[in-house]
Write a protein that binds this ligand. Sequence first.
Ligand code: AMP
Length: 277
Amino acid sequence: LAPIRTLLDRRPELPQVACFDTAFHRGHGALADYYALPERFYKEGVRRYGFHGLSYEYIAQRLPQVAPNIAKGRVIVAHLGSGASMCALANGRSVESTLGFTALDGLAMGTRPGQLDPGVVLYLIAEKGMTPAAVQDLFYKESGLKGLSGVSNDVRELLESADPKAAFALDYFVYRAGLFAGMLAAALGGLDAFVFTAGIGENSAPMRARITEKLAWLGVTFDQDANAARKSLISRKDSRVAVYVIPTNEELMIAQHTLELLSTNRGTSPKLSTAAQ
Ligand code: AMP
């Protein structure tokens, strides 16, 4: 909020638009949205918001052009970048996500651990005497691929490294991606397509191959040549579940929402607006 307030102060005439990365997940049902905590926490906002919504919204918007036959189906989108998550789309709408209240849950990420037993947090604070700030630092900056490998948070460097811990970190990432794909397939009651996007998903053929291997039991027949050739469709024609690579474009979504909001409110001179709520 600090930059928003500063800008309001210095340039009060300038419209400001906030595009929330959670907005696309707002249609989640209660079962996906709640933590099993007393109701009062939900009421004050302790909910599974989900993130990378701008990315998933873009993919949902692209699907009818790229793959019209499955755009209305059951699709898992894997946004695999330095932050990583997966989203279950049913008929182009988000129904479940691996991220929750913050961007720490779900898949292992570059420097974040992903899913963690809350008991670990209690242990770090109560037994190890770590401050909340130190725990926050550990979870946002020192964990995930970086923490596991001790080498790097960057998949390119891990793929090139001869260190067995680098290989373990990648194995871990792939294993967890497979687990969460299973969870989202369960949420969807089956699967018609799987989409890779973001830094790792768009650029790393070896990581796509390894993760897709974990989807064989869901009905994926992988096309190695198409994957190596950086094609958009990387499953075989006879694959029961289609696998695509679709580059994301979060900036375009922000631009679209901003344009839409500002043209709707033209003349009313909004000081602060929220897009896609
Ligand atoms: P993003 O956050 O979407 O920009 O993704 C950044 C991450 O993508 C980097 O930290 C790398 O781990 C990964 N990445 C980008 N290019 C490649 C590549 N060619 N091979 C493997 N990983 C890549």
